[in-house]
Design a protein around this ligand. Structure first.
Ligand SMILES: N[C@@H](CCC(=O)N[C@@H](CS)C(=O)NCC(=O)O)C(=O)O
Length: 338
């Protein structure tokens, strides 16, 4: 009866009328005393629980940073695992305060779901993994391939575009979680496994025989991943946006978890404003004057988070590439704090 793409939108409208969704998320987070972040059901390097059930990853760090900024304590977080299908509804209905869950920013999601993207914390692109013994080195050799993929993702749409444009045929085997999709690939139910390239590197490490698989060189899409909030709550939108900006600016200014305390003595005006020694401090964001100091001392700057979760200090060893700062030839460029 309903046009399917309109359903999430109708739901968002209904939810905005219901009392379960707080009109002012900052208020409700501060009253509740903890922050609820929607994360994945497990993607190495982005959001993944360890054996003690503690969540780690770049997206988990962003969530903890928002808790540090708003509650003064990065540990005041609850992580709600959400599949690709569940993620937008969970945010629309108020089950979570923010999605920090490798989610691609595109026009439809930004305009038709009652949601706002608050920044880009990882520049990604869609890639493909193949078993080496297939003897394939390029994607255009894969006409007629069977492909393991997760439902309700931009990956499904890009795949259709790419194969149609190249006039190649393919079949998909669709799974609800990425763990299932990977299992399908390992069990050789498909020739290819596709998702965002960064996730392919992570998933490959969790395979029983990672050396048997390789990632093809083609990147077929732009996948700018970032945090998402509900529309109509500008105060909260600003808080999430500026927490991310603060982590990028801190890296650019060389302010780290270890040196933030001594950096308060710096005479560099940008550093003094960043750390709330002078300048706007939390004014206008309705945050305490030391909000960035709390973020950086408790979580670290963007580069520290990247290296520990995805980079050289992690098992994934992903190069900074597009995710380097603009001053190093990458794309991360945050508006200044002043
Ligand atoms: N960036 C794409 C795909 C992101 C995505 O969610 N990918 C899968 C990876 S296969 C995932 O995170 N799965 C984990 C889960 O569903 O919990 C999107 O936003 O649609």
């Amino acid at each position: 009866m309903f046009n399917k793409p309109l359903l999430p939108c109708l739901l968002a409208m209904l939810c905005s009328l219901s009392s379960t969704v707080a009109a002012d998320t900052l208020d409700s987070v501060q009253q509740r005393g903890h922050l609820k972040c929607g994360v994945t059901t497990g993607v190495p390097g982005f959001s993944m629980p360890n054996t003690r059930g503690e969540w780690n990853g770049l997206d988990v760090d962003l969530c903890r940073a928002i808790a540090a900024a708003t509650l003064g304590d990065a540990s005041k977080t609850k992580f709600v695992p959400l599949t690709t299908k569940e993620r937008f509804t969970a945010l629309q209905s108020g089950e979570v305060d923010v999605l920090t869950r490798n989610t691609t920013w595109n026009q439809t999601r930004d305009s038709q779901l009652g949601l706002n993207f608050a920044g880009i914390n990882f520049y990604d692109g869609q890639g493909f993994m193949v078993m080496k013994d297939l003897g394939v080195t390029r994607l255009d050799q894969m006409d007629g391939a069977t492909i393991c993929i997760q439902s309700a993702t931009t990956s499904e749409q890009n795949l259709a575009d790419y194969f149609r444009f190249k006039e190649m045929s393919y079949k998909t085997v669709v799974f609800e979680t990425n763990a299932q999709a990977l299992q399908g690939f390992e069990a050789r139910r498909c020739d290819l496994f596709t998702t965002d390239t960064s996730q392919l590197y992570g998933h490959r490490l969790t395979m029983q025989a990672p050396a048997e698989a390789m990632i093809l060189p083609e990147i077929i899409s732009k996948e700018p991943l970032g945090p998402v909030v509900r529309q109509g709550d500008d105060r909260w939108f600003r808080v999430v946006k500026w927490t991310h900006n603060a982590m990028i600016n801190a890296e650019e200014l060389g302010v780290t978890a270890a040196n933030a305390e001594t950096m308060k003595q710096s005479q560099n005006p940008d550093i003094r404003r960043l750390l709330g020694v002078e300048g706007p401090r939390g004014k206008g964001l309705d945050l305490p004057r030391d909000w960035v100091y709390q973020v950086i001392t408790q979580v670290g700057n963007y580069g520290e988070s990247f290296e520990r979760n995805l980079g050289q200090r992690s098992p994934l060893k992903i190069a900074r590439g597009l995710n380097a700062l603009w001053v190093d030839g990458g794309l991360h460029y945050a508006p200044p704090i002043r």
